[in-house]
Design a protein around this ligand. Structure first.
Ligand code: GLN
Length: 484
């Protein structure tokens, strides 16, 4: 097997046996990136020299007996997660030259355990989008069909994992940005429970929804990475003080008797036939493994997209007020202070970001606040209560991750509403704060991956991973690779 196709677990085993060194592994990825990045364009920055240095450090630490599940493992990080000394752009012109003076908690934990940063991946500007077409630095392409989008906003991370340009990657998920691109690219993407992973150093989009999580080649690697990045952080007051279990423990345990909720609102018209069929077959497969499908209802599902686009844009309009040309980032000269602000923001933000700032400012403005923002918060509570009720009957919920497979580049760029609907199945989990994973569950006749989403109770990533692993190990989908 080629080095660039290894999983975290395989690379780790080879290193422990002395058959592979971190430097060899990092070199293999640099070569792979040189060979296929032209086609895929998953990276904003490839940290070739930094990777070599980090790999040498990991190698030295290993020689001294350091033990870590990710020592010397080459990972990519979405370019909205701050990495000290390494450019972090959010794929926006306004942060085009921003070099953070500090490290996010998630990447600090990776650093402390010896990972190798191979590069920063492309995204929709400030994570706003579902196709990575909103990047100021070019579009990323889907490795399964380069005329199609990789999904978004973590499209660079998902495409890099699918194209073997890193072992695994970090993404962020506000309304589906880990799970939807994972589904489109045929890899595994996990959004943890809100509060499970610190958001410190994740550039804020919608703070009550944002969460960092792993994008990996299989479920085991997802659990391994989640183990490293989870935990309470005094620097993020919304990170939860709950115990972090070993997420690899439930893998391989029996799922017999587990109740899998199938929400009747998710198998609706408009979902592409082959997607529906693959997901139904996946539910049958879970049944053959002993799980018990039960019909459930999430009656407020129909409001999720509207609620999300009021709350996420409201929070974004406030979070993005800080990009004013004063302390950091792009600055355009102006006649006076106000003129400078306006020119800076006009030049620095792309069209979708501007649309969202306008929407959010409107929803929060005096006279409209009650009709939009407050109402959306109330409906958010109803959506959360839907999940609470469903979890009285079900141990986990299975749905399609997306209503369609990867769409063509350019297909939805002129129609924001169509683009927003790409997240119809992923948004509710963010609104409710519950964890969700997308795993490959089939391919369409055009050889495009289909994703199965498994959603769990708050802080019950263990059940999510257990079910996902049982399914994955009984199928072959995750072993397929795109031809590049
Ligand atoms: N696609 C959704 C949006 O455009 C979700 C993005 C995300 O999860 N960051 O907002």
């Amino acid at each position: 097997m080629e080095l660039h196709s290894l999983t975290i677990e395989e690379a780790r085993n080879a290193m422990q046996k002395g058959e592979l060194s971190p430097v060899e592994l990092a070199d293999a990825f640099i070569k792979r990136i040189e060979a296929v990045e032209k086609k895929i364009r998953a990276y904003v920055t490839v940290t070739k020299e930094g990777a070599e240095t980090m790999a040498k450090e990991a190698e030295d630490a290993m020689k001294k007996g350091a033990e870590s599940p990710i020592a010397g493992i080459a990972l990519a990080v979405k370019d909205n997660i701050c990495t000290q000394g390494v450019k972090t752009t959010c794929s926006s012109k306004i942060l085009g030259n921003f070099i953070p003076p500090y490290e996010s908690t998630a990447t600090k934990k990776l650093r402390d355990t010896g990972y190798v940063l191979i590069g920063k991946t492309n995204l929709d500007e400030f994570a706003m989008g579902s196709s990575t077409e909103n990047s100021a630095f070019g579009h990323t392409r889907n490795p399964w069909d380069i005329t199609r989008v990789p999904g978004g906003s973590s499209g660079g991370s998902a495409a890099a994992v699918a194209a073997d340009m890193c072992i695994a990657a970090l993404g962020s998920d506000t309304g589906g940005s880990i799970r939807q691109p994972a589904s489109f690219c045929g890899v595994v993407g996990l959004k943890p429970t809100y509060g499970r992973v610190s958001r410190y150093g994740l550039v804020a989009f919608a703070s009550s929804l944002d969460q960092i999580g792993p994008i990996t080649k299989n479920v085991k690697d997802s659990a391994i990475l989640l183990n490293v990045i989870s935990g309470h952080d005094p620097k993020d007051s919304t990170s939860a003080s709950v115990a972090v279990p070993d997420f690899t423990t439930p893998l391989g345990q029996d799922i017999k008797g587990m109740k899998i909720g199938i929400p009747k609102e998710y198998f609706i018209e408009g979902i592409e036939k082959e997607v529906g069929e693959s997901v139904k077959a996946a539910v049958k497969q879970l049944e053959s493994l002993g799980a018990i499908p039960v019909e459930i209802s999430l009656p407020h599902t129909g409001y999720a997209v509207a609620v999300y686009y009021i709350l996420a844009t409201s929070e974004a309009s406030s979070n993005l007020a800080r990009y004013d040309g004063v302390k950091y980032g792009l600055r355009a000269e102006g006649e006076d202070l106000l003129d400078m602000y306006m020119r800076t923001r006009a030049a620095g933000f792309g069209a979708e970001v501007k649309r969202r700032i306008l929407l959010g400012t409107y929803a929060l403005s005096s006279g409209y606040y009650d009709a939009y923002y407050r109402k959306a918060q109330q409906v958010r509570t109803l959506i959360k209560e839907d999940f609470d009720r469903a979890f009285e009957i079900a141990d986990a919920i299975a749905t399609p991750t997306t209503p369609t497979p990867a769409f063509k580049a350019g297909e939805k760029t002129d129609d924001p509403l169509q683009m927003y609907l790409a997240d119809i199945f992923t948004i509710s989990a963010n609104l409710a704060g519950v964890p969700g994973i997308s795993i490959p569950c089939g391919f369409t006749s055009q050889n495009l991956p289909v994703g199965l989403q498994i959603i769990g109770k708050h802080f019950d990533e263990e059940s999510v991973l257990k079910i996902a692993y049982a399914y994955e190990q009984s199928t072959e989908w995750h072993k397929r690779k795109p031809k590049l």
